[in-house]
Design a protein. Structure first.
Length: 254
């Protein structure tokens, strides 16, 4: 992925990593469209950051995805980067259905079906562009599980293998598939996460992501140093220690 000169759509970018990345990409010389469910947040973003375009989208609703895609492509026919950022993370107790079922269904709908719907809405258009990118967003927890968040872990593992598979299928096209793999970052994804000493500061994370995008334009996985402990535990042979350390340091998913 080239660091500038793109038109980028980032659904799920009304806060946290998504909004921070949107602002950095715009500052680097890209046209950026952010999407989100809440109209009030989109209005605030337009007021605070008029350089960004906005569109309302709910990735749990197939019709909303189709409508938003039509709006984005009408207003930005040169769109060449899709970042499937939207996601949720919830603590679950799988010892009883009441402790996890509703949460699990919502998590899989948002974190797995949401990106699938987004890709379906844009993949034909992206193949018509001379150089395009689909950036998926998994997690370090795709490679080492946090006990408190089973459905989130599973959803991000699914995104990792979806990314690998999609990259194979699109190998003969103009579309590149890049997987962003965040560690725990200080955002409001989970209660208390924004204050967690275990989590990486948001600005530091986005700084490193932008540097990696600039210096490694052909990378298939964007991995800041903080995520490599989780990402490569199995390859190093210390997977059991990684899982034990993760769950000792961050037992509540923050």
């Amino acid at each position: 992925m080239q660091i500038s000169g793109n038109t980028v759509f980032i659904p799920g970018a009304t806060s946290g990593i998504g909004l921070a990345l949107a602002l950095r990409l715009q500052a680097a010389g890209n046209t950026v469209v952010v999407g989100g469910r809440r109209a009030d947040l989109l209005e605030r973003i337009r007021a605070e950051h008029p350089v960004l375009d906005t569109v309302r989208i709910d990735t749990t609703d197939p019709e909303s995805v189709r409508s938003a895609a039509k709006q984005v492509l009408t207003n930005h026919p040169d769109l060449d980067v899709l970042v499937t950022m939207a996601g949720i993370m919830r603590v679950e107790d799988w010892r009883t259905p009441a402790g996890f079922l509703d949460s699990a269904e919502a998590t899989i709908t948002t974190n797995v079906l949401g990106p699938i719907r987004l890709i379906a809405a844009f993949v034909e258009h992206l193949q018509s562009r001379p150089d395009a990118t689909i950036m998926t967003v998994s997690s370090g927890l795709a490679f080492a599980p946090l006990a408190a968040t089973p459905s989130y872990n599973a959803s991000k593992a699914a995104i990792h293998l979806l990314s690998e598979s999609l990259r194979l299928q699109l190998a003969g096209t103009s579309v590149h598939v890049v997987e962003l793999e965040p560690p725990s970052v200080r955002t409001d994804l989970m209660p208390g996460q924004a204050e967690s000493e275990f989590a990486m500061p948001l600005d530091a994370f986005v700084d490193e992501v932008m540097k990696l995008l600039e210096t490694q334009p052909d990378a298939t996985e964007i991995q800041v140093e903080n995520v490599k402990f989780l990402r490569y535990g199995e390859a190093r042979g210390d997977y059991a220690d990684v899982v034990a350390t993760l769950n000792r340091l961050d037992p509540h998913g923050r």
